[in-house]
Design a protein around this ligand. Structure first.
Ligand SMILES: [Zn+2]
Length: 273
């Protein structure tokens, strides 16, 4: 499931290839995604120029020249792949939308499980983006004081709190497990009982893990590919995620697995308290 580093990787791959290009045509082959594409999707997008790519949480925003944006979410299994003019367009049954650009390249939205989403909307007012918590790299908003305010009003585990997009944007199961390892905190700990020092460790660990994951261009543990079909590299650097029974990278104790909020969690019983 793509998280912040994977979406950021796609953004950085696609931005130089897509920014400034105009859309000359859109083929909607299957409109039934998490939400059905609006019937005017293709005609609204055709003729527009992609001004800039950006990211908010796990959403990729293609800002258009009419102040709106193509807002894309990859859901569980979505991919956005750019094929240059020279590459053959060999479409399969999970290639739901094809966006043709003025240099002959095509951006293909592929999504076997169809939990992904494409929508054209004003990002300033879009309900999709409302209520999302701060970006983890926003040092002015995501800090100890901010987490302390959540600490006062939640009874949930630290794992559940970090997974909540209202608390902080873009984290999912892989990176929350990794962050908790670096912070030395077990996933089932009560968020309300964390110390100020532990909140500080969480903020630092979040930025450290995400920076590293972006540098390694995301995780291809199952099927993630960047915007032009390359695999990520963070999976080779994983500390705990999906490593149950394997030795801890720091102390060689066997990594444990436990279910928190219906998701598998992984931790080192020696390094994490
Ligand atoms: Zn350990």
């Amino acid at each position: 499931v793509p998280e912040l580093p994977e979406v950021e990787t796609i953004l950085r791959t696609l931005a130089p290839l897509v920014e400034g290009r105009s859309v000359v045509g859109v083929d909607v082959r299957c409109a039934v995604l998490r939400r059905p594409l609006t019937t005017d999707f293709a005609e609204t997008l055709a003729g527009r120029t992609v001004v800039r790519l950006s990211r908010r949480a796990k959403y990729l925003l293609f800002a258009l020249d009419d102040r709106r944006a193509l807002i894309a979410h990859l859901g569980m299994s979505g991919r956005l792949l750019l094929l240059s003019a020279a590459e053959p367009l060999d479409l399969g049954k999970h290639d739901h939308v094809v966006i043709h650009l003025d240099d002959g390249a095509r951006v293909v939205f592929n999504d076997p499980r169809r939990f992904g989403l494409l929508m054209i909307d004003d990002p300033e007012t879009s309900p999709l983006l409302r209520g999302i918590g701060p970006e983890p790299f926003d040092a002015g908003r995501f800090d100890c004081d901010y987490l302390e305010r959540w600490r006062r009003k939640t009874k949930r585990t630290v794992k559940d709190v970090l997974m909540d997009q209202h608390v902080v944007a873009g984290l999912g199961n892989i990176y929350v497990n990794e962050i908790l390892f670096v912070a030395g905190i077990r996933p089932r700990r009560s968020f309300a009982r964390l110390t100020r020092a532990e909140l500080h460790l969480l903020v630092d660990a979040t930025r450290q893990i995400l920076t590293e994951a972006i540098e390694h261009r995301g995780s291809s543990i199952s099927d993630f590919l960047d915007g032009i079909g390359r695999r990520g590299g963070y999976q080779w650097r994983r500390r705990v995620y999906d490593r149950a029974g394997e030795p801890c990278v720091r102390c060689h104790t066997a990594i444990k697995s436990v279910v928190v909020g219906q998701r598998s969690s992984f931790y080192c019983p020696n390094c994490q308290r």
